[in-house]
Design a protein around this ligand. Structure first.
Ligand code: URA
Length: 259
């Protein structure tokens, strides 16, 4: 990123308007490398300089990529009149106007959601040709039946006649399995298990591509990742090795919370 006016940078990277930013500047609330800046026209290089607003560091890289551990009760949207959105989980100093959740989890599902401000990447991730896999720990109401493995591997037909692509599945306990989806139809996991005569009690997304939800990230917590992590995520991963990693990483979740 080249040099940019500090008022434009702050208005782009925060929820504040250019006029509000000017007020902050006037009050002496903005610093570049620890030195107070009051002139809105002052040029800065956000990649090289540390810019703070009211003492909080404002992210200077070209794009922001965050992993969120979504709790129940939040929806994957940028705004909503009725429900809390995942953007409310992003701390104010990182939140800005161009951020959005890349992909969706239902209001009652939990786990990995990416919140980014990079439209090009979102397009790449969601394009069918990239097949970014999504991994879910699924807790069922009734016992997992062995016959599900073949039905899911063949591709389930949903109640409205929609055909699903083959799904890779591993049974973990009587009522828990790990599924890997290569597409994202509306309520897909819930509808697939409904077609099999079961009911999904809970869904926890634990990985997208090879990007694992950090198991120690608390519910509602966030972690900033970088473009290189995203590139790694987009590379093809293998189901058996992801299973191993996920079972290792989430052993305490499986033992303590969701038997
Ligand atoms: N499938 C569902 O049914 N719900 C989700 O939240 C994600 C996948």
């Amino acid at each position: 990123m080249t040099e940019i006016r500090i008022d434009k940078f702050l208005a782009d990277r925060t929820k504040y308007s250019r006029n509000e930013v000017k007020t902050f500047l006037k009050k002496g609330a903005v610093c570049a490398d620890g030195v107070t800046v009051t002139d809105p026209k002052q040029k800065i290089n956000p990649e090289r300089q540390e810019i703070t607003l009211s003492g909080k560091k404002i992210h200077g890289g070209e794009h922001i990529y965050l992993i969120l551990n979504k709790p129940e009760g939040y929806i994957c949207a940028t705004e909503d009149k009725q429900h809390k959105t995942v953007l409310e989980l992003v701390p104010e100093e990182l939140r800005h106007k161009d951020m959005f959740p890349a992909g969706r989890l239902d209001i009652d599902s939990t786990g990995l959601v990416l919140v980014i401000d990079d439209g090009k990447l979102a397009h790449q991730m969601l394009a069918p040709k990239h097949h970014v896999s999504k991994y879910y720990l699924v807790t069922l109401a009734e016992n997992f039946e062995e016959s599900y493995l073949q039905s899911l591997a063949d591709g389930i037909t949903l109640s409205d006649g929609t055909h699903c692509l083959p799904v890779q599945t591993k049974q973990i306990s009587e009522k828990i399995c790990l599924v890997c989806l290569h597409e994202g139809k509306y309520h897909q996991v819930k509808r697939m298990f409904a077609s099999l005569g079961n009911h999904v009690e809970h869904l926890h997304r634990v990985a997208v591509g090879s990007l694992l939800l950090p198991p120690d990230l608390p519910s509602g917590g966030h972690l900033e990742i970088f473009h290189k992590d995203i590139l790694k995520m987009l590379k093809a991963e293998s189901f058996p090795s992801m299973c191993e990693e996920i079972l290792l990483a989430f052993s305490s979740y499986l033992i303590n919370d969701r038997r």
